[in-house]
Design a protein around this ligand. Structure first.
Ligand code: ADP
Ligand code: ADP
Length: 230
């Protein structure tokens, strides 16, 4: 069952100027419910641009993105976002619990329900003990777990991640990769993750979308076959 549909997506930066730059051109693909799709490609291929257009952070020049048949901007709460730079995505003057509570506060969830949800979500990423601490008191990998918890606290149906594990050491990256696979399995959430690391894409995903330097060349590697236990 298709939930996310990207159709004819094009993004031209500085359109109409002499330095107009076509970052992606008529990119189309679909993602099934619960599927884990990685977007890979060399630097400058348009991976971040594609993810920003899917999330609504950037306006496409042409084409559409729909989630369950509707524009994502019309269905707030269905989207969780995680970026590479955890140190800039968390607010240092808020505790970890307050950071994770932000999407809930923003949508008017009551205090008691919010507190329970924050505890539950932090526990689900293995961080039940850091609620009252501040992000800067934690290691990089733990900060990224807090950022993941914040993305998940409102229980979105779609998780978009841009190079989420690129700034942590190898062992931490392996732990976070396994964490996100478990989260996908537990929540049945749909995940689209951008990475320049093909090994990571093969390890994580059901399907890989490959962007090339040529903005209109998109390849889909379907059904990544994984050994038992991945
Ligand atoms: P990737 O994530 O694969 O490295 P990007 O989406 O960041 O690729 O970039 C694709 C192309 O779009 C590149 O040529 C880049 O220089 C250009 N680009 C990205 N962001 C902007 C921007 N905000 N303004 C102008 N050009 C941009
Ligand atoms: P085994 O000892 O059974 O061969 P692996 O070496 O395949 O186990 O995996 C050990 C851990 O390393 C996994 O749980 C996973 O976190 C990580 N891992 C393995 N392969 C990759 C990969 N290609 N990319 C990222 N992480 C990986």
């Amino acid at each position: 069952e298709t939930v996310l549909a990207v159709e004819g997506l094009r993004k031209i930066y500085d359109e109409g100027t002499d330095h107009a730059n076509m970052a992606i051109d008529t990119v189309s693909f679909q993602v099934d419910k619960g599927e884990f799709v990685c977007i890979v490609g060399p630097s400058g291929a348009g991976k971040t641009t594609l993810l920003r257009c899917i999330s609504g952070l950037a306006a496409p020049s042409a084409g559409t993105v729909t989630f369950e048949g509707r524009r994502l901007t019309e269905v707030p709460g269905q989207l969780g976002l995680v970026f590479q730079d955890y140190s800039r995505s968390l607010y240092p003057w808020f505790t970890n619990a307050e950071n994770v509570a932000l999407p809930l506060t923003a949508r008017g969830m009551g205090r008691a329900e919010r507190a329970a949800r924050v505890t539950e979500t932090l526990e689900s990423v293995g961080l039940g003990h850091v609620e009252k601490k501040y992000p800067w008191e934690l290691s990089g990998g733990m900060q990224q777990r807090v950022a993941i918890a914040r993305a998940l606290s409102y229980r979105p149906e779609l998780l978009l991640m841009d190079e989420p594990f690129a700034s942590v050491d190898a062992q931490t990256r392996f732990d976070l990769e396994d964490l996100i696979l478990r989260v996908r399995d537990d929540l049945g959430i749909t995940v689209v993750l951008v990475t320049h690391d093909i090994d990571e894409a093969i390890y994580l995903s059901d399907r890989i979308v490959v962007l090339s330097k040529n903005p209109s060349v998109v390849r889909e590697v379907v059904d990544v076959t994984l050994g038992d236990g991945r």
